[in-house]
Design a protein around this ligand. Structure first.
Ligand SMILES: [Zn+2]
Length: 172
């Protein structure tokens, strides 16, 4: 896993790529796996958590984050934007803040994650009519941490990653 210079998890790379970055002195290794890789003459411990020496702006200005179910739930931290509870992906629905029937569009600024009961309760009403204020104003995200760091993947992450993933939760 690669962290930005400010310790924000950026992405997961395979071990070959990790070794290249390490050998190019682009990263510091913060954690190692217990296994080693061997070259003809040397053995290296396999890096597990790497931190970039230079801060990279997660700037995807030329790329817009695709509005998909999965990306939306990552943006909203798998949290229903009405009741504030966290849910696994399969229990979440996409709610149109201004309902489609009232001219609401399917765009980042008009969709939020909602649990089934909240979505049903709100039905075809606007947030004002339903008296269900949003926890957060929906925004168009400039970038998203990769899906490997999202809620449903935490269980399968190596233990050495755990302290760094706390940062993902806090920063959202
Ligand atoms: Zn809810």
């Amino acid at each position: 896993m690669i962290l930005n210079a400010g310790y924000e998890p950026l992405k997961v790379v395979n071990w070959q790529k990790a070794m290249i970055l390490w050998l190019q002195n682009k990263v510091d290794v913060l954690e190692y796996h217990s296994v080693q890789v061997r070259s003809a003459t040397k053995a290296f411990p396999l890096p597990s958590v790497l931190r970039l020496r230079k801060y990279v702006r997660p700037n995807f200005s030329s790329v817009t984050v695709k509005l998909s179910r999965q990306n939306l739930f990552i943006r909203d931290n798998h949290t229903c934007q009405y009741c504030g509870e966290r849910f696994p992906e399969k229990l979440l629905t996409i709610d149109h803040v201004l309902p489609v029937s009232k001219g609401g569009q399917h765009v980042w600024t008009n969709v939020v994650a909602a649990c089934g009961p909240c979505n049903n309760k709100k039905g075809d009403l606007s947030t004002e009519q339903a008296d269900m204020p949003l926890r957060k104003k929906p925004i168009q995200p400039k970038w998203l941490p990769s899906k490997e760091f999202s809620y449903t993947h935490h269980k399968t992450c190596p233990r050495t990653w755990e302290p760094y993933l706390v940062h993902v939760r806090k920063s959202r």
